[in-house]
Design a protein around this ligand. Structure first.
Ligand code: ATP
Length: 302
């Protein structure tokens, strides 16, 4: 099947400065794709080129089979966007805004269904000015969905949300997957990318520095794991078996071991503890978090 987004050798220069320095991307239908990167990495520039709002310097771009530089009204109908800046009409109620926007599209979604999708039923007759920041953002999402687009760009959709509103928004975005939509998500929240994305690309300095699933990005799945625990009273690190002592990476009240084979070393540790009748109540084992991997990737390429 033809990809929904296909980018080859994309470049964007502002004067002498190259903000996007040759990137390749491919996004399949139905995917939730997250685009991560530090401030100034080139995310908005790339997204605006894909949306047809910005001209590129070089490269090939196809969005829903069309070059966005030449996208017509029919193409625009198939693409929805939630921009960083709210685009709702402040004087209109939620329902009136959606009625207005639905008039711009050939085959709009049902208005009440769209209101329900973003969880604004109780605010349907409230004007934009009386909505909270998080509710306005939900209205933005509803406005992006009203045209029933195939591809939706979400630019930092949950910035400023409280934790519970973020969960609701994630639920809405996840629901788009079930509707068969393709989502291009830009975010600075690693937990958001981890929760939602099928695939992540990290851009730094105008280049894609890593691409993968949340679990495999930057070789995350093969990175060393850490095993941490507090030694029981009367026991010192010197009492640990030599194979574990060799993994000692730190001891500040809690012992930290780093290992490429956590299963083997966990077995050695629990065998040692059980053999001595010791308990290790705060034992934990973990792989690097997505945030740790991301920071490493972007620091390297800063
Ligand atoms: P953020 O996370 O802060 O939104 P971003 O990854 O979206 O950042 P862009 O907005 O794409 O970054 O900007 C990439 C680089 O291009 C930045 O260094 C920015 O200063 C520069 N830039 C963006 N727009 C223009 C412009 N119109 N003219 C000149 N330089 C620009």
């Amino acid at each position: 099947m033809e990809p929904v987004v296909s980018v080859r050798g994309l470049r964007k220069r502002y004067g002498q400065f190259e903000a996007v320095a040759g990137i390749d991307l491919e996004i399949a239908r139905g995917e939730i794709f997250a685009f991560l990167g530090p401030n100034g990495a080139g995310k908005t520039t790339t997204v605006e080129i894909l949306e047809g709002f910005r001209a590129r310097t070089a490269g090939e771009v196809s969005v829903l089979g069309v070059d966005p530089a030449h996208g017509d009204a029919a193409w625009r109908n198939r693409v929805g966007a939630v921009l960083q800046e709210s685009n709702a009409e402040p004087g209109l109620t939620v329902r009136e805004s959606l009625q207005l926007y639905s008039g711009y599209y050939l085959e709009p979604r049902d208005i009440d269904e769209t209101i329900a999708l973003v969880g604004l039923q109780e605010k349907a007759d409230t004007t934009g000015t009386k909505l909270s920041g998080g509710q306005r953002r939900r209205l933005d999402v509803a406005l992006a969905l009203i045209g029933d687009p195939e591809l939706i760009f979400l630019d930092e959709p949950t910035t400023g949300f409280d934790p519970s509103a973020r969960r609701t928004a994630w639920h809405v975005i996840d629901g788009l997957r079930e509707l068969g939509k393709t989502v291009f998500l830009t975010t600075h929240y690693m937990d958001e990318a981890e929760q939602l994305a099928d695939r992540i690309a990290v851009i730094a300095g105008g280049r894609i520095v890593a691409e993968g699933t949340p679990g495999t990005l930057g070789g995350r799945n093969s990175m060393a794991a850490t095993i941490r625990f507090t030694l029981p009273e009367g026991t010192g690190a010197d009492d640990l078996p030599p194979e574990l002592r060799a993994l000692l990476a730190g001891e500040d009240g809690r012992v930290t071991l780093t290992t490429d084979t956590p299963l083997v070393h966990l077995h050695a540790l629990t065998g040692w503890a059980i053999g001595r009748g010791l308990d290790l109540p705060d034992l934990d084992v973990r792989q690097p978090t997505l945030e740790e991997v991301y920071l490493e990737l972007t620091e390297e390429h800063a």
